[in-house]
Each structure stands twice: as C-alpha cells, then as structure tokens.
Design a binder for this molecule. Structure first.
Ligand SMILES: Cc1cc2nc3c(=O)[nH]c(=O)nc-3n(C[C@H](O)[C@H](O)[C@H](O)COP(=O)(O)OP(=O)(O)OC[C@H]3O[C@@H](n4cnc5c(N)ncnc54)[C@H](O)[C@@H]3O)c2cc1C
Length: 327
C-alpha cells in the first residue's frame, strides 16, 4: 500500500551523519527559564493529601526535593512513568500493598495496557560477485506499508528493507532483508514494580503473542516479506532464502526470533472513561497538579514509529498547559 525511502532528520557534524534528536531540536540552552539537572534520578512525586507538591530526586548520591508552584509534568516514558507513579502511591492498590507503599489514589490501570510492535525477519543471500552498497548508518533505508488483511483500510505492517552492509548488522554482508513490523497487535503487557528501590528497573511483561490472532498476523507479515524477496524483479540479487530457511516451521521461527520494535506505549492510558490514568488534558485522575506527557498516554497503538507522535503529544500538552494558565 505504499513504499518510500525512510525519512530521517539528519544533521551533519564533524563530517559525520547524526540523527536529529529532541534534545538538539529543543535545546534548553536557548530557553532562559528552563533549568536542566543532568544525571538526576527522580525517585518519587510527593503529595499533600492528593495535591502534588513536588518531586524527590537523587543527584550525585545526594537527595533533593524540588517543590512546585504550579504542577509536575511526568515524562519518563512508557516504562518509567508508571514505575514512578507506583513508587509515589498512584497505581493498583493491590500491587502497591505488596510493597507497603501508602496509596495516594487507587488507579488500577497504571502500568497496564502496555503495547509494543513486533518485527519478524526474512533474509536472502546476494551472489558474492554483486557489489552491495555500503551504509555508514544502521537504519533501514526504505519502508513498505502493507496489510495482514490484504485491505487498504487495515494497514498494520510496516516492512523495513535493508542489506547486510548496514552498519553494525550482525549477519552476512551479501544479504538483503525484509523486516515486517506488525502493528496493532492485540496482546497487551504490564509494567509492575520489582521492589521499592527507584534504582531498580520495573518488571516489563510484554505478553507478546498471547492473544489469539497475533501469531497469525506475524505469520502473514513474514510470508509477505518472503513473497517480496522472491519477486522475479529481484532475481539477479536473490541467491537463496536464508531466513527462515525453506521448510522452517513459521510458528517456532517467529516465537524464537520476533523482536521488539521499541514502540512501548499505553501504560498511563489517556481516556474519557474514569478508569483511564490521565484525562484528555493529560492530568492524572484523582490528584491535582500532575500531568503525564509521553508515549505512556497513547490510548491505542499507532500506524507508525512512535517518536513523532510522542513529540506531537508534547507539543499539544505544552499548548494545553499554556492555555490553562491564561484562562
Ligand atoms: C533503541 C530505540 C530505537 C528507536 N528508534 C525509533 C525510530 O527510529 N523512530 C521512532 O519513531 N521511534 C523510535 N524509537 C521509539 C522512540 O524513541 C520512543 O517512542 C520515544 O522516545 C518515546 O518518548 P518518551 O518521551 O515517551 O520516552 P523517552 O524518550 O524514553 O524519554 C524518557 C526520559 O525520561 C528519563 N527518565 C526515566 N526515568 C527517570 C527518572 N526516574 N528520573 C529522571 N529521568 C528519568 C529517561 O532517561 C529518558 O530520557 C526507538 C526506541 C528505542 C529504545
């Protein structure tokens, strides 16, 4: 349903090519009213009853408290934002009770609804006498959008295309690859605490392929990748199919090799229903002066990579905040 070279915002510096980042783009140095504390770990949000009063953090082994006049905006991402909320007493009260965390407000959906995309790999060897272009970067140069339902109204495959000469690629140099990324999977995972230690990563259980239908979507996507690789127009480049090897059982191949696309989202879901974690102004339900603005608020998965949509949520969120102070 569409093919394009991948579009990257690149900057050239010191004769090397770097990808543009939100840090480069929204460089805080140009904003006199922003103070950035580097290498500071937020350990807890503090409340007076249900009013947010500030943030506890650790920097160079020293503990600090930053009080707020207006509000706290939590933007620690889809894995750390629910963790910080839970450590602060906002979450499923039965989960919090396991760690003796005093409940500020019982919001059972904190850390639920974890969504991610999965990609599968179809690889083909290229004859040794062919010159394969060498890439100085590791990013797939092109992308194809497709559908597991063969329908233009259901676009749920984003298939990256690349060759073995991409920088850092672990496989054979003389190879080309199709990596169909399957979006809108129905399996939803969870983020839960392992302990009350802010240093410890939470338990991430993506529950991949647990809902019937998701495995079939991955099989269909893999078959699409294989079919594209076997097209007659690629004949001169295609020596043989190397992954999965012909005759391989797709189900076990996918279970063993399907991988995260790092598109985690949804763990502090936004919604109009009372069980959502944040409302449509991104305010955490049940407390005041606290918003979440990051990929964790996605109510649904999206038909794309997640960075641009997250930046748009940030843009919209800042607009909502500015307007709320001018009402
Ligand atoms: C390896 C990788 C490659 C990716 N490639 C792409 C891509 O090519 N295109 C695309 O669209 N998307 C890509 N993504 C996804 C994209 O990066 C994310 O969707 C996006 O960054 C999410 O933004 P966020 O603000 O929600 O979280 P993040 O970008 O993760 O920002 C959260 C920030 O909070 C900080 N933080 C967390 N906990 C604490 C704490 N306790 N105290 C202080 N700070 C804390 C983190 O250090 C981090 O800087 C990729 C992700 C990964 C991991």
């Amino acid at each position: 349903y569409g093919y394009a070279p991948f579009q990257f915002n690149n900057i050239r510096a010191l004769s090397k090519l770097f990808r543009e980042t939100t840090f480069n783009t929204f460089l805080p140095a140009v904003h006199a009213n922003v103070t950035v504390l580097a290498e500071a770990l937020v350990t807890k949000i503090r409340f007076n009853d249900t009013k947010t009063i500030g943030v506890e953090y650790v920097q160079k082994n020293e503990k600090y408290f930053a009080g707020v006049r207006h509000e706290v905006v939590l933007s620690a991402g889809a894995i750390a934002s629910p963790k910080i909320l839970m450590l602060s007493g906002i979450g499923d009260e039965t989960e919090l009770a396991k760690f003796d965390i005093p409940v500020v407000v019982n919001v059972p959906e904190v850390g639920k609804n974890l969504h991610d995309d999965l990609f599968v790999s179809a690889g083909f060897s290229i004859p040794e006498d062919k010159d394969v272009p060498v890439y100085s970067y590791s990013l797939a140069p092109a992308v194809i959008f497709g559908s597991t339902e063969n329908s233009s109204s259901v676009v749920d495959i984003e298939c990256s295309v690349g060759v073995g000469t991409l920088k850092g690629f672990p496989g054979p140099k003389h190879s080309f690859w199709l990596w169909p990324n399957v979006m809108h999977l129905k399996s939803k995972g969870t983020i839960t605490l392992r302990s009350t230690s802010p240093d410890q990563a939470p338990l991430v259980d993506p529950k991949y392929l647990t809902v019937p239908g998701d495995l079939q979507s991955c099989i269909t996507a893999l078959q699409l990748g294989i079919d594209i690789g076997n097209q007659s127009s690629l004949e001169q480049w295609q020596q043989k199919q190397i992954a999965p090897e012909p005759g391989t059982d797709f189900e076990s191949y996918i279970t063993e090799t399907a991988n995260t696309t790092q598109h985690y989202c949804g763990t502090c879901r936004m919604g109009i229903d009372q069980s959502s974690v944040v409302d449509t102004e991104l305010k955490v339900r049940g407390v005041s002066a606290l918003r979440v603005i990051d990929a964790s608020v996605f109510p649904l998965s999206i038909t794309a990579n997640t960075a641009a949509a997250t930046m748009m949520i940030a843009d919209k969120g800042s607009d909502i905040i500015i307007r709320s102070y001018h009402q």
